[in-house]
Design a protein around this ligand. Sequence first.
Ligand SMILES: [Mn+2]
Length: 254
Amino acid sequence: MLSAAEGAGTSEDVRLSTYQGKVQDYFRALAETMQRQDRQAVTLILAHLHIAECEFGGGEWRSSVFPVSAAMLPPHVHYIALGHLHKPQPVTGAKAQARYAGSILQMDFGEREQQKSVCVIDARPGKPATISQVTLSKGKWLLRRNGTAEAVLAQVADCADAWVEAVLQPDGSPTELVERIRALPHVVALRFEDVALAEGGERNTYRGLGERPATDLFREYYKTKRKADPGPDLVDLFARLYQEVSTASEESSP
Ligand SMILES: [Mn+2]
């Protein structure tokens, strides 16, 4: 919606309000057109939007879409089907029935607790649409399992209907056991728990090599590899991923 020329040389705030203004104009024009045309028509809107009041699933590419308010969605429409957020949810602040059906698969280990579903919309002229949510039961789940290598191996050995992230306690488990877990075809990630976090210690964002922030270390590494400084977007992305990985063992319970 924003041309390169509109985005170039402007601040993030200006780009955000330009985008929001365009979304609002677009929906106004759409609503007017619908009003002028057949009043007995079934009206549906499909949009790829980030509604600010809604919740992320976890695996979305967060920086790629500006947020807009639910209040911008037009009224007098049977149903507004939204995409972008992976968590299935209704849009409560909208003036028409609006929902994110959500992704049909768990796209990230952060979405591992989410029951995925699809929506069936029954819309007829002159009546409110009815929405039924259908739970999806096929496909592979994402699971995270924590514990000693022995315990994790026992739990995940026959989890063939899931993709598993194994988070092992760094308790000096025999390498042979760790390698057996790693070799399981459905174990897609294996890492060791952070001891300080597991024991409820203060999270130190700067842990690692000395006392230097991870982003500094990343900048230095990038420079040695590419002979140039990383762009601010890349550093932001790194910081976000680093943060996610650093907090991952905090949110999981054994
Ligand atoms: Mn998207």
